[in-house]
Design a protein around this ligand. Structure first.
Ligand SMILES: Cc1cc2nc3c(=O)[nH]c(=O)nc-3n(C[C@H](O)[C@H](O)[C@H](O)COP(=O)(O)OP(=O)(O)OC[C@H]3O[C@@H](n4cnc5c(N)ncnc54)[C@H](O)[C@@H]3O)c2cc1C
Length: 410
């Protein structure tokens, strides 16, 4: 590892990789320090069965047509699907008739109108204050929103949700999002197993201390999660400005985990079963299942907020029983036998992340911009939490890493 460079990037997740590509393009002498043995951070693809990839972290290219990583995917040979899958709502075991399916869609649209009206009034309040709880769709809506932010509706800002740039195009990646990030990171100067412990920006340059020694640079871009920053796993000298500390504290990570259920038949459902099903028992059990993932034989599901936190602390069987209960409700008791493997991620437990993605606390949607303001013209925070329009996503992290380099150096 060299001892001096123009720029040090801390973290090799989507944000660090975006920053590294910008640094490369600008012709900088730079390196990326990554604590883990792998690149990708919250992008991680593993095999569910031999030759069957599944994402434990990011999975969809959100806002596909404006997502810069869609172009990268094509460049590195990762495929994605643009077609909207067929979808139906099941209340308990019953598939809803068309009229009720459209009542559900109307309810979702009406809730969004409440969010946009609140934003127009200049409010920055918890989403829970805007929800129509009288509707039978409310429990499912709360579940769905916990997937957007990895927090529960009382714990995040509705204005933040409004600020997110959503084109409603969510494209899954066949070879996996983690795989895309790995391929995109090839040939970048990334030092793995290098945990940054201290960043001293008290002099004219910056001194970065890691478990592998000391390095000096003119500029540093830090892309670790707000979970890691909030836990003070990296010491800053001098202390960070109060505004930055407040921004970090206002953008804590929620909890969110992916689940995969492998089946061995090609399509163990009836011919007319939709590709995706939304399930609610009208109360506390709500799930969105994708029944086939980019042609792979597994069911995908996700859980966010307090339910995700609770499930992560339970044995895996608890999640399996809960999800299987819903699937049995829809497909009958025999369906249980068709699932041969059940897997889950556990991001809250990952010491290098400490959660899922950042949820802005009510009253704090402005803090993403504050987090992204350079400090002393040489230190800048980046990553998903510092993105104003694409937070909570891999492409938002990537863009924010790139922007941080441009702000500091170019
Ligand atoms: C279950 C789940 C599902 C998701 N689904 C989607 C999705 O479908 N689509 C989407 O766009 N986004 C999704 N996301 C969000 C997306 O994965 C993240 O927003 C994005 O990957 C964050 O990238 P980042 O670079 O900001 O942070 P990270 O990925 O956290 O990268 C930071 C890196 O810093 C490293 N690090 C930590 N501490 C140190 C240290 N002291 N020294 C050096 N390195 C350190 C970490 O190991 C990590 O590699 C999902 C996230 C989760 C958890």
């Amino acid at each position: 590892m060299q001892s001096h460079c123009d720029l040090i990037i801390v973290g090799a997740g989507a944000g660090g990789i975006g920053a590294a590509h910008a640094a490369k393009k600008a012709g900088l002498n730079f390196c990326v320090l990554e604590a883990s043995h792998r690149v990708g951070g919250r992008g991680l693809t593993e095999e569910l069965a031999p030759g069957v990839p599944w994402d434990l972290g990011c999975h969809w290219l959100h806002s596909g047509s404006i997502n810069p990583l869609a172009t990268v995917a094509s460049e590195v040979g990762v495929h994605f699907e643009k077609d909207l899958p067929s979808r139906a709502f099941y209340m308990g075991g019953e598939k809803l008739p068309p009229q009720q399916q459209s009542d559900f869609t109307d309810y979702m649209s009406a809730q969004w109108l409440r969010v946009s009206d609140s934003a127009a009034r200049g409010e920055d309040i918890a989403l829970s204050e805007l929800i129509d709880y009288e509707s039978p769709w409310a429990p499912y809506y709360c579940y769905w929103q916990s997937l957007m932010t990895s927090e529960d509706v009382d714990n995040f800002s509705a204005l933040d949700l409004f600020n997110y740039e959503d084109t409603d195009e969510n494209w899954p990646l066949r070879e996996g999002y983690g795989e895309l990030l790995c391929r995109h990171a090839q040939k970048l100067p990334i030092e793995l197993n290098t945990r940054v412990e201290k960043i001293d920006f008290s002099g004219t340059g910056i001194v970065v201390t890691s478990n592998r020694g000391t390095l000096q640079a003119k500029y540093v871009v830090v892309t670790v999660s707000t979970g890691v920053l909030g836990a003070r796993d990296i010491q800053f000298v001098p202390e960070l400005p109060i505004a930055t500390c407040e921004a970090i504290a206002s953008l804590p990570l929620g909890c969110y985990n992916n689940f995969a259920m492998l089946y061995e038949e090609d399509w163990p459902f009836d011919e007319d079963t939709p590709d995706r099903i939304d399930y609610s028992n009208g109360n506390d059990i709500n799930f969105a299942f994708k029944l086939k993932c980019s042609g792979w034989p597994y069911i995908y599901c996700a859980v966010g907020g307090r339910q995700a936190r609770w499930l992560e602390r339970q044995p895996l069987e608890e999640s399996e029983q809960m999800m299987m209960g819903a699937l049995v409700d829809v497909f009958g008791a025999d369906f249980r036998k068709k699932i041969t493997r059940f897997r889950a991620s556990a991001w809250g437990d990952d010491p290098l992340i400490k959660g899922a993605f950042s949820a802005s606390l009510p009253g704090n949607s402005h803090q993403r911009a504050v987090l992204a303001v350079p400090i002393a013209d040489r230190l800048c925070f980046a990553g998903e939490a510092a993105s104003e329009r694409a937070f909570c996503t891999a492409h938002g992290a990537w863009q924010s890493g790139r922007d941080a380099v441009l702000k500091l150096v170019v």
